[in-house]
Design a binder for this molecule. Structure first.
Ligand code: ZN
Ligand code: CU
Length: 486
C-alpha cells in the first residue's frame, strides 16, 4: 500500500512534455504509481488541479555551511527546491583542516572534518530538509596546499591538489569548481585547471566554472572554459552566465553563440543563470584596495557588513553622501576595517534583456547563487529565484513556457550533475516533488525586504516525506548529501 497519494494534479513530468491530469502514489521514498489510482493511502492530498512537478534543483549554491547552520533550509524549501549543488565558485566545505576558520565568507562554518566523507557525516547528523550534491572547489583546495601564493604550483603542490580533488570524487563529489576572479584562483594558469579537471573527468564528473572574467573579457573567458573541457575531456558548466557592466550589456548573444559552436563541434557545455540584474559576493574580492573602481563603487549595496551593521541594506553612494565622503573612500574604509573582508555586497551590473536571452537558451539551468548569511540583508535571490522565473519570466513575460522551465529546473539539472533516479515524475523515481499554482506563484523577496518566502507553493515532498505544506515547514529533515552517479 502507498504511504501518500497526491490526487487530481496537473503533472509536469520534468521532461518538457505537456501536463497530464493524474494521481501520484508514493511508497517509502519512491514514486510507485502515476495515473488514475483507485487504492487509498494513510495520507491523501487533493492537488485541486494545480501543477505537480519534480522538486527543483538549485544548481548553483553556496549552501555548504547552511546545511549545518540552517538545516531547515527554509529559504530553499519554500521555493520548491528539493536538491542543491554546493561547492560552487571554487569555494567548498572540503577539503578542510578541522578548526580552521573559513576565510572565503561563502561557507560560514568552522570545519570539524577533513574530507567529503567527514562532511557527509556532519550533514547527516544535522538532518537537513533538502538533498545536496557536492563540487570540490579549486580556491579551497589551492589555499589548503599553497595558501594565497601568487605563482604556479610546484609539481609536488600540483600532485597534492590532484589527490584532494581525486579523493573528493572518490567519495561522491559530482565535479570540480573554479572561481577564477577570486583569490587564490585568479593566480592560476589554465594548465593547472586542466590538470585538476582531469581528476574529475576520470571519475565521470564535470567542471563548473565562475569564469575568469564576466565583463570586458567575457568571450576570452568562455574560450578558456571550452579549452578546459576539451583538454581534460569532460562536461563544462558555465556558472551564473552574465555580461557584467553597462558597456558589456548585449554580449550574452555572442557568448551563447560561442557555446553553441563549440557544442556543434563535440564539446559538452551547459550553463546556469539567476533571474536578477544584480550579483552578490565578498566585497573585498571585487576591488583593488590601491585603486578602487569608481564605476563599480557606484552600483554597490551592502548586504552583510559586520564592521558597520548600520550600512546593511543601503547603497554605498547613499552612505557616502551622508558621511560627506567619496564612495571610493567609503569602500576602501569598509574593506580595511576589522572584519571588513567578511563584507558581502550586492552589485547592480546586469541587463534584464541579457537575462531573458539567457533564459531562452535550451541548455540554461537555474541556479540561485544565493549566499545564506541571514544576519544581514542578503540578495533576494536566496529566497526568490525559482518562483521569480516561474512567476515573472514564464507567466508574466512569456520568455519560456512552463513545461520547458520546469525541465530546466529538474531533469536537465539532475542529468547534468549526476543525480540518479531524480528529476522526473515516473514510476520508480525518488519522490522529490513540488505542488504549485502556476497562476499565482511569485517571489516576494525584494532588495529592501529579502528574507520573504514565495507564495503559490502548496506542497514540497523530499525523499517521499512532506517537508512543506500550506506554508508550514514540517521539520521532518531527511535530506541527504548524495553520491554522484549512485
Ligand atoms: Zn560565482
Ligand atoms: Cu557562486
Amino acid at each position: 500500500m502507498a504511504d501518500l497519494i497526491i490526487r487530481n494534479a496537473s503533472v509536469l513530468d520534468g521532461t518538457g512534455a505537456a501536463a497530464v491530469e493524474a494521481d501520484v502514489a508514493i511508497t517509502g521514498d519512491r514514486i510507485t504509481a502515476v495515473g488514475s489510482i483507485s487504492d487509498s493511502a494513510p495520507t491523501e492530498i487533493d492537488a485541486g488541479g494545480r501543477t505537480l512537478a519534480p522538486g527543483f534543483v538549485d544548481v548553483h549554491t553556496h549552501d555548504d555551511g547552511a546545511l549545518l547552520r540552517h538545516p531547515g533550509m527554509e529559504f530553499k524549501l519554500s521555493q520548491g527546491c528539493t536538491s542543491l549543488v554546493i561547492g560552487n565558485c571554487g569555494f567548498s566545505a572540503i577539503p578542510a583542516v578541522p578548526g580552521e576558520s573559513d576565510k572565503s565568507g561563502l561557507i560560514g562554518v568552522t570545519p570539524t572534518w577533513t574530507d567529503l566523507d567527514g562532511f557527509r557525516a556532519s550533514v547527516t547528523k544535522a538532518n537537513p530538509a533538502v538533498n545536496a550534491m557536492a563540487l570540490v572547489g579549486h580556491n579551497t583546495t589551492r589555499s589548503l596546499v599553497m595558501g594565497l601564493e601568487r605563482r604556479v604550483p610546484s609539481d609536488t603542490e600540483l600532485d597534492e591538489m590532484r589527490s584532494y580533488v581525486r579523493a573528493a570524487m572518490d567519495q561522491g563529489a559530482c565535479g570540480f569548481s573554479t572561481g577564477l576572479v577570486y583569490e587564490p584562483g585568479r593566480y592560476c594558469e589554465t594548465d593547472e585547471i586542466i590538470e585538476l579537471a582531469k581528476q574529475s573527468a576520470e571519475a565521470g564528473g564535470i567542471y563548473a566554472t565562475h569564469m575568469r572574467n564576466e565583463g570586458d573579457r567575457l568571450l576570452q573567458a568562455v574560450d578558456e572554459a571550452i579549452q578546459v573541457g576539451t583538454a581534460a575531456d569532460l562536461p563544462v558548466q558555465i556558472s551564473h552566465h552574465k555580461s557584467a557592466g553597462r558597456r558589456n550589456w548585449g554580449k550574452i548573444g555572442l557568448s551563447l553563440a560561442k557555446v553553441d559552436q563549440a557544442n556543434a563541434k563535440g564539446a559538452d557545455i551547459t550553463l546556469d543563470v539567476y533571474p536578477y540584474t544584480a550579483g552578490s559576493g565578498p566585497m573585498a574580492q571585487y576591488f583593488n584596495l590601491a585603486n578602487i573602481d569608481p564605476e563599480l563603487a557606484e552600483v554597490i549595496r551592502f548586504a552583510s557588513c559586520p564592521a558597520f551593521r548600520e550600512y546593511e541594506g543601503r547603497m554605498a553612494v547613499d552612505v557616502a553622501a551622508d558621511l560627506g565622503m567619496a564612495v571610493t573612500q567609503l569602500i576602501h574604509d569598509v574593506i580595511s576595517a576589522p572584519e571588513g573582508d567578511r563584507t558581502l555586497c550586492i552589485q547592480f551590473i546586469i541587463d534584464n534583456a541579457d537575462i531573458e536571452e539567457n533564459l531562452r537558451h535550451p541548455l540554461m539551468m537555474i541556479g540561485s547563487d544565493g549566499i545564506p548569511d541571514l544576519r544581514g540583508q542578503p540578495h533576494p535571490r536566496l529566497f526568490g529565484t525559482f518562483p521569480k522565473v516561474l512567476g515573472h519570466y514564464v507567466r508574466e513575460q512569456g520568455v519560456l513556457d512552463l513545461p520547458e522551465a520546469v525541465r530546466r529546473m529538474t531533469s536537465l539539472s539532475c542529468d547534468r550533475f549526476g543525480f540518479v533516479d531524480r528529476g522526473r515524475i515516473v514510476d520508480g523515481q525518488i519522490a522529490d516533488l513540488v505542488l504549485f499554482d502556476p497562476e499565482t506563484i511569485a517571489d516576494t523577496a525584494t532588495y529592501d525586504n529579502p528574507q520573504q518566502e514565495a507564495t503559490g507553493i502548496d506542497l514540497v515532498v523530499v525523499n517521499g516525506k512532506v517537508a512543506l505544506r500550506d506554508g508550514t515547514h514540517t521539520g521532518v529533515g531527511g535530506g541527504r548529501l548524495l553520491h554522484h552517479l549512485k
